[in-house]
Design a protein around this ligand. Structure first.
Ligand code: PLP
Length: 378
């Protein structure tokens, strides 16, 4: 049996998304910038997709720009805010995705901005009072960059509260919503200036995403070239990816509650089984509000748990040790480090989708029995 419990890392393409992309691959190859008929047809595809994303987010068409994914969107928001909007101070958390943390390092190293990290508790929650006091104290222009849900442990930030703090203190707010967009209903709101999303997290294709840039924030281009995306993001548009993303987004919004209910049922079934079967299992997000499809479980350390990921893989189970790593090497997770996770224990992130089943859960629990200690009664 093959079980895919790694949906926070990426998701498969849904048949409807594949069908849309195949259709366009077969019928369209015009460059959207060309003024002839083939070009105009491709342009229409890009603009139709923009309207799907904008409508879903409650944004205007001019506020949505297509990118290669959330990494580019996040890099763009941070870099351009510093370069073009007079931002001198960036406030973030040590549990953000590396595409945020490494850009923050870069901006600080180049003396382009000062970076302030909020403290996080043992479940990955920030201290909102600290955020407000920091935003109020800073004399210069600040931007807060905080993700909606943490990709490793699932902890949710209260983005509406962060938006209010930003409004009150006249700080900008950028939110990486790669894990939550199309999973949690979300409209842009006052206090939010930038938002990033990525299609492959919601059953769309890889290598395509978008950024929402609130109309009030006029930034200059991040990529320079042929002036596509109204000059903001040069490069011939990925019409297949953009259309695939729009289809996946549309489907996800239509089925958002249905999918959530299904995933919640499976996740609670899995969690209950784990807690009743295995000794000393802990949920890394603790009692915090958590994105419903991510379960980061910490198991007691042992020789067998050291080989946990390998044994799961051998059993045909795809899960993750933390975040997906580019090199294929398991590094100590910066998120687990930031929340003070005991390094002698072993964490596995199981992340689910509406395509998973209870039979898969039973299979995984059965396999885990030979990997981690069970209660005497199990
Ligand atoms: N931000 C978060 C929270 C993520 O989970 C990911 C993907 O792992 C990214 C950003 C990067 O997204 P992309 O793969 O589209 O560049």
């Amino acid at each position: 049996m093959k079980v895919y419990f790694d949906n926070a890392s990426t998701t498969p393409l849904l048949p409807e998304v594949k069908a849309r992309m195949h259709k366009i691959v077969d019928s369209h190859y015009g460059n959207p910038s060309s003024i002839h008929a083939f070009g105009r047809q491709s342009k229409i595809l890009v603009e139709d997709a923009r309207s799907v994303i904008a409508q879903g987010l409650g944004a205007s068409l001019g506020e949505i720009f297509f990118t290669s994914g959330a990494t580019e969107a996040n890099n763009m928001a941070l870099f351009c805010a510093v370069r073009d909007l007079g931002v001198t101070d960036l406030i973030s958390s040590p549990t953000e995705h590396h595409c945020i943390l490494h850009m923050l390092d870069y901006l600080q190293e180049q003396n382009l901005a000062k970076v302030h990290y909020l403290k996080v508790d043992s479940t990955g929650n920030i201290d909102y009072a600290q955020l407000e006091s920091l935003c109020s104290q800073l004399q210069d222009k600040a931007m807060v960059s905080l993700m909606h849900a943490n990709n490793e442990i699932g902890t949710l930030h209260d983005i509406y509260r962060i938006g209010e703090i930003c409004l009150k203190t006249k700080s900008l707010f950028h939110c990486d919503t790669a894990q939550t967009i199309a999973k949690i209903p979300l409209k842009v709101f006052p206090g939010l200036n930038f938002l990033s999303g990525s299609a492959h997290k919601f059953f769309g294709p890889k290598g395509v995403g978008f950024i929402y840039i609130n109309d009030d924030n006029i930034i200059k281009p991040y990529f320079h070239g042929g002036n596509q995306e109204r000059g903001m993001r040069s490069g011939t548009e990925n019409i297949y990816g953009i259309q695939g993303m729009a289809k996946a987004f549309e489907l996800a919004l239509t089925e958002i509650e249905e999918r959530k209910t299904k995933v919640e049922e499976i996740v609670s079934y899995f969690l209950k089984q784990c807690l009743s079967t295995f000794k000393d299992v802990k949920l890394n997000s603790g009692d915090s509000e958590r994105l419903y499809n991510i379960l980061s479980l910490s198991f007691p350390g042992s020789d067998r748990s050291e080989m946990m990921m390998m044994n799961l893989d051998i059993a045909g189970i795809c899960a993750s040790a933390g975040s997906a790593c580019t090199s294929g090497v398991e590094n100590v997770s910066h998120v687990l480090e930031a929340i003070g996770h005991d390094p002698t224990r072993k964490t596995v992130r199981f992340s689910f989708s509406h395509l998973n089943t209870k039979d898969e859960v039973d299979y995984v629990v059965e396999k885990l029995k030979s990997i981690t200690p069970v209660h005497a009664t199990s």
